[in-house]
Design a protein around this ligand. Structure first.
Ligand SMILES: [Zn+2]
Length: 424
């Protein structure tokens, strides 16, 4: 990598100092404050830090952090990788990530969906990875359509190579102005935001239908093709296909994933990661063993122990995330649900009504968190028996020693992690 100009070097160094101070004073991992200081001193710092690297931007409603981690692990086979591992996914976090690994020839950055056009413009990243778009907390379908439209404008006329999930119609539409796209049939479980054609507003004919996929047969879920009934917009032919436990590469070769991360959503993330890795010259034979080393990502899927109870932590921030968590949770185990409504969660919990909770019938369900009453009402209407608990500790104490699944939204998850130690 070429040397940074003096001003950028200074900004980058001061940013790192601010990050160290922030960590030392217990104000978090420091990545955001450090980046902010750097950007204040040198507004062009992100552009300068991004230059001369092979850069991958990763964006989606769900799975950004995990996919960023999977791609990073794969590319470490090729060399050092700069990455924002802790989910600081706006420009200050990107500055901090790149400044802390200045010599790394590769960069993999998780990018907030709304910031993608700006970050692409600044960094001129060569690879952009787009996985899914769905309502997030109170965002409605119209807003994610606007987001996809911004992606289209940002990608048009750029040389970036896009790796996109063609099973998500909105992502397909958002990616299709790019000069070059590798399509990955990575599946789509949450379909409630994909009934209309993003191009013309007409009805989309889908292979599977209903209830966000929860009541679909395995064969219906496997068939993910779609087409607009009124215009020519349809699913592109995929280059890579996720087929159950396997990924089929563009040459037709089948690779058994055998990940340590659980669930269909993570197999989809891994399929996308393999496609990205190959774009950078790393074939699945070398990338896959690296993906299998990832066991938990920023505390997700971590198991923590307390008084004979093994609690597995699952994060679900929006309706699609809850379906993914249900897919991972073990039907034979009791489950604790914890819902907060602080700033990062969104204060309005009406999204709880978008989730079909009936899959939880038949297992012990404990409900806690600031908005436990909202969730309790929703469960009562869905006729899911549950027990209301004042606190997370109380919920844990109610259950007998053994394995327990926990699904929590953002701040509830962070509270539980803080209490049980920041295992990563
Ligand atoms: Zn159409």
């Amino acid at each position: 990598m070429s040397q940074l100009p003096l001003r950028a070097q200074l900004a980058s160094a001061l940013g790192r100092t601010a990050a160290t101070l922030s960590r030392a004073t217990g104000r978090g991992d420091g990545s955001v404050i450090g980046g902010r200081v750097g950007l204040m001193l040198e507004p062009d710092l992100l552009r300068k830090l991004a230059a001369d690297r092979k850069l991958v931007l990763v964006s989606a409603t769900n799975g950004k952090t995990t996919t960023t981690r999977l791609i990073t692990s794969a590319l470490q086979e090729l060399g050092d990788v700069a990455t924002n591992a802790f989910g600081a996914n706006m420009p200050a976090g990107h500055v901090s990530a790149l400044a802390s690994s200045k010599g790394a020839p590769y960069g993999v950055l998780e990018v907030d969906e709304k910031y993608l056009p700006e970050v692409l413009d600044t960094t001129e990243a060569g690879i952009v990875c787009l996985m899914n778009l769905s309502r997030d907390q109170m965002d409605r379908a119209a807003e994610i359509w606007l987001l996809a439209q911004k992606w289209r404008r940002a990608l048009a006329g750029r040389p970036a190579h896009v790796i996109a999930n063609c099973d998500d119609p909105l992502v397909t539409w958002g990616a299709s102005t790019a000069a070059r796209v590798t399509w990955v049939a990575a599946g789509q479980r949450w379909r409630e935001d994909s009934w209309c054609c993003p191009e013309c507003g007409g009805p989309l004919d889908r292979a599977g239908f209903g209830n966000g996929g929860q009541n679909l047969t395995a064969a219906q879920l496997a068939d993910t093709s779609w087409a607009c009934r009124e215009c020519t917009f349809h699913r592109p032919e995929p280059n890579w296909v996720l087929d159950g436990e396997d990924v089929i590469d563009p040459r037709g070769q089948r690779w058994r994933l055998d990940l340590q991360l659980p669930g269909q959503a993570n197999r989809a993330n891994a399929a996308v990661a393999l496609a990205v890795a190959e774009t950078l010259g790393l074939d699945p034979g070398r990338a896959l063993p690296r993906l299998r080393t990832v066991t938990s990502v920023a505390g997700r899927y971590t198991t923590v122990e307390r008084e004979g109870r093994s609690l597995r932590l699952l994060l679900a921030k929006n309706p699609a995330g809850w379906l993914e968590a249900f897919d991972v949770a073990d039907p034979a185990l009791p489950i604790i649900l914890s819902v907060n409504a602080q700033g990062p969660d969104g204060r309005d919990t009406s999204w709880l009504w978008d989730v079909d909770y009936r899959i939880l019938r038949g297992r012990p369900v404990l409900v806690t968190g600031e908005r436990r009453l909202d969730l309790a009402l929703r469960l009562a209407v869905a006729e899911v028996p549950f027990q209301l608990c004042e606190s997370f500790e109380q919920a844990v104490a109610v259950l007998a020693p053994g394995k327990i699944d926990v699904i929590a939204n953002y701040t509830a998850f962070q509270q539980i992690r803080a209490e049980f130690g920041r295992a990563v």
